[in-house]
Design a protein around this ligand. Structure first.
Ligand SMILES: [Zn+2]
Length: 397
């Protein structure tokens, strides 16, 4: 039990009795005060398009193909309205920071970036949204995408994305990785790439990414998302590349909610789970975060911007049940994405930005089990969302 004093947009002090004489005051006794969640991996440009897509086979390739037609019809207003809806839903569920990939390719051009940036600007009073320029269709596979990546970074995209495994062969994958690092260095941006989102254990661009980061001394500035094939690769490769990730300070964004349903679809009998080696990465000390990734798009029919739901589904997928495991699940939607994002003002600590949420439960374990909605959410010290739940039980006696 401690008092938290907020002054302006910052946490001024934390400790027993430090709130003496401060007003107005909020009684939080018996409840759980947490830093607001961070969604470190989401695709706001694609959210909520599912009802307009043709049916496909449910695979990653099927979904990417099915989205092409819809992506051609994107308009700035269309993207920004859908993105805004999910940003608002996220804030209602206790998330005040989101890092969104936005497709940058010759199909949609810069419309996805412009739409998400417009939504971010419109929602700047309730959340902080950063963008990652993401060459979803490849850089070599999609001639013209590289120029658009440069234009996206010039237009204000915050982070350089990538998807090396989507290139046709080893040499093209290597070149894709090199181009992404080159862009990141030239524009002085961090990197957040989609890496090895496949069941094929022979696909190994994670090692290329780690080697490139080590070679260039680009340390602590890279996040690798999905990394599904690491689970299907032999243990010796996994051990070697996990060690390289640790040395390069690479964060891993596991996205179990999407990959549980997207990967392993062709397996019979023992079906792979489609998620990366969360246990081994955690044991090695690699920074692991959980992202929402998708909300009702071609890849995933569910999602509602709730990091509490993401943590619960990820806990099932990654066998997280002990107290230490559940603390790890909390870290994966709070401190871990903050570290990947290199935030220096995050957390429940004096001096941190006052992005907070108050949950009507006594503990994190209960928040996770009961999927409690936050009673209040603060962004930069200002109350930005409230939830009240009214449920009744009609007994006979
Ligand atoms: Zn993704």
């Amino acid at each position: 039990m401690a008092d938290v004093v907020v002054d302006g947009d910052r946490i001024a002090r934390i400790g027993t009795g430090v709130a003496e004489g401060v007003s107005p005051a909020q009684d939080c006794s018996g409840k759980l005060l947490l830093p607001a969640f961070i969604d470190g991996h989401v695709h706001l440009d694609k959210v909520l398009i599912r009802d307009e897509l043709r049916e496909h086979d449910g695979t990653l390739g099927g979904a990417i193909g099915a989205i092409h037609e819809r992506k051609r019809r994107y308009t700035l207003a269309d993207v920004s309205e859908r993105a805004r809806e999910v940003i608002e839903a996220s804030v209602q569920s206790g998330t005040t920071r989101l890092r969104s990939h936005v497709d940058v390719d010759t199909i949609g051009g810069l419309i996805p970036l412009e739409g998400v940036m417009a939504a971010a600007a419109e929602c700047a009073d309730i959340a902080e949204v950063r963008t990652i320029a993401f060459p979803q269709e490849g850089l070599l596979r999609d001639p013209g995408a590289y120029d658009l990546m440069e234009a996206a970074l010039e237009a204000g995209a915050d982070v350089v994305g990538g998807m090396p495994h989507w290139e046709p062969d080893h040499a093209a994958q290597q070149e894709h990785v090199r181009l992404c690092f080159e862009l990141a260095e030239r524009f002085d941006r961090d990197l957040d790439m989609h890496v090895d989102e496949t069941d094929d254990g022979g696909v190994r661009t994670l090692e290329m990414v780690a080697d490139e980061a080590l070679r260039r001394g680009f340390l602590g500035r890279v996040c690798a998302g999905h990394v599904c094939s690491l689970a299907a690769a032999p243990h010796d490769y996994a051990e070697r590349v996990i060690d390289k990730c640790l040395r390069a300070g690479i964060s891993i964004a596991a996205n179990p909610v999407t990959n549980l349903v997207l990967q392993g679809r062709a397996d019979r009998g023992l079906v792979r789970r489609g998620m990366t080696r969360v246990g081994e990465l955690r044991a090695a000390g690699v920074n692991v975060l959980f992202g929402q990734d998708c909300v009702k798009d071609g890849f995933y029919p569910f999602g509602r911007g709730s990091m509490l739901e993401v943590a619960l589904i990820s806990a099932h997928a990654a066998h997280l049940t002990t107290r230490a495991d559940l603390a790890f699940a909390l870290r994966a939607v709070t401190e871990a994405p903050a570290q990947a994002w290199r935030l220096t003002d995050y957390g429940l600590t004096a001096g941190a930005r006052a992005d907070l949420q108050l949950l009507p439960v006594p503990s994190w374990e209960e928040a996770l089990r009961l999927q409690a909605l936050p009673e209040k959410v603060w962004f930069k010290g200002r109350l930005v969302a409230e939830n009240t739940v009214n449920s009744k039980l009609h007994r006979r006696h």
